[in-house]
Design a protein around this ligand. Structure first.
Ligand code: SF4
Length: 462
């Protein structure tokens, strides 16, 4: 019997947003033709990639702590006569660059968020050096990396597709414009081709991703510039695509065609993640958001006129420099007005290199704590109310995962709620009507409703 060629292994650990999850999937796609299979066991990896996020405080220190913990695996591999490369990728790599190589001698490669399509060359150089080279590539290439990525592997029933990257907004607290660069919109033809491939693999839902997704303005298949609403109208024509979502949106990039799409396209889910960050106009101006609380309310009102069942989520920052109790009350007011289905909320923390990091009037930590507690108490209560309102209802659920319990499937409602159901495995990847029997702050539980012959679409009623 001939000896089989040993497969090489890559372990990828991902921090941060859905865009980073997508990037990690694409890194695996890039490395697959080189003979690298993914493993979740660090010990058996030939290359470990930390795909990092720079959005939270002490992000860089967390990366170095993780590298320290992983060192034992590298030593063990070397002791056994092998080699294990450490690569730091993503936004911390982009922001810190050569400093990472200087601070940790065990790091072999630093790969910026726009350079991972060059992994084959980077890894080949490292292998050629017999593991002695230390390589850094944090360039912003002249041509978008998307043009150099291989076809994507299957992503399951709910596929994430990057349509836009980068940001030109320069909110004063945010590192994204520096780590991801300026806005880039992929052409519609490339997006449609990637989605069609995922549909052929069994995807029923697509999540269009972008740091500023509703600013997408790519070249359409007719050669004209389309906006996100127009793109969604075209995606709705694709056979087999039952659900469309998009994230993350900026209030200033909402546009008529997108509102229309929500009114007219049943496949477009009635859920909008629309960060406001803070309710105070003074703080919004200091954040360089270029919109007011009233502007935001008008978006919510217009969307609710078009789709009365529309649910909203948001991001919040409390304790931004200069925030007073009166400003915080404004945040509580907008929360009360919208009644969010979900939200992410954080205390402000300085990001080196951003304008807000240099601002005076930093808010004391214990005041930030009090404000965050008050905000989260209200947000969690609203989320519970939103979920509880679904009790007894029959809602279409796309089963996209196995649940934690034996025999359980997990899926998503149209409003992005997690729904747990004891259901046969064959329903994985299907949209099935489920009667909701339990609701908590974080999830729903239900029972599959037997399929009547004439019920078909599984998408929401418009
Ligand atoms: S719009 Fe979003 S990504 Fe862009 S700078 Fe502001 S917070 Fe960052």
């Amino acid at each position: 019997m001939s000896a089989q060629k040993a497969e090489k292994k890559v372990h990828i650990k991902t921090w941060g947003c859905q865009m980073n999850v997508y990037d990690s999937e694409r890194m695996a796609d890039v490395m697959a033709p080189m003979g690298y299979a993914q493993t979740d066991q660090i010990g058996e990896a030939d290359i470990v990639i930390l795909n990092t996020c720079h959005i939270r405080e002490k992000a860089t220190e967390k990366v170095f702590s993780e590298l320290g913990r992983m060192r034992v695996h590298k030593r063990a591999k070397e002791k056994a006569g092998g080699k294990m490369a450490f690569a730091v990728a993503g936004c911390v790599a982009q922001a810190e660059g050569a400093e990472i190589l200087r601070r940790d001698k065990n790091v072999d490669m630093v790969i910026g968020s726009q350079a991972y399509h060059q992994l084959p060359e980077i890894i080949a150089d490292w292998e050629k050096s017999n593991g002695t080279a230390r390589i850094i590539n944090t360039d912003f290439p002249a041509e978008p990396k998307f043009d150099h990525l291989p076809p994507a592997q299957p992503r399951g029933p709910s596929a994430y597709i990057a349509v836009q990257e980068g940001c030109d907004k320069f909110c004063s607290f945010c590192v994204v414009p520096y780590t991801r660069g300026s806005e880039y919109s992929r052409p519609a033809a490339d997006i449609i081709a990637e989605i069609k491939t995922q549909i052929s693999y069994g995807a029923r839902e697509v999540n269009l991703l972008g740091q500023n997704v509703n600013a997408w303005h790519g070249t359409g298949t007719d050669g004209k510039t389309w906006n996100l609403g127009t793109l969604i109208f075209h995606l709705a024509e694709l056979d087999g695509l039952d659900r469309i979502r998009y994230v993350t949106s900026h209030p200033n990039d909402m546009h008529d065609m997108l509102y229309r799409a929500h009114g007219e396209i049943p496949q477009l889910m009635p859920y909008l993640h629309l960060p406001i960050q803070n309710g105070s106009d003074k703080i919004l101006a200091a954040m360089n958001r270029k919109h007011t609380q009233d502007d935001y309310r008008r978006i919510i009102d217009r969307m609710r006129d078009i789709r009365p069942d529309m649910a909203f989520s948001s991001d919040f920052i409390v304790g931004f420099p200069g925030e007073t109790d009166a400003d915080h009350r404004e945040t509580m007011k907008i929360v009360d007005y919208v009644g969010y289905a979900a939200a992410y909320s954080f205390k402000y923390s300085r990001r080196p290199g951003t304008p807000a990091a240099k601002a005076g009037k930093q808010v004391l930590e214990d005041i930030k704590d009090i404000r965050l507690q008050e905000l989260q108490k209200k947000l969690y209560a609203d989320q519970t109310v939103f979920n509880t309102a679904k009790l007894g209802m029959a809602i279409p659920v796309l089963f996209d995962n196995r649940g934690k319990r034996y025999g359980q499937l997990q899926g998503k409602s149209p409003w992005l709620q997690t729904v747990n159901v004891i259901a046969p495995e064959r329903l994985l990847g299907q949209i099935v009507d489920v009667k909701i029997t339990e609701a908590t702050q974080n999830s729903l539980t239900g029972e599959v409703i037997p399929i009547a012959p004439q019920i078909s679409s599984g998408t929401h009623a418009a």
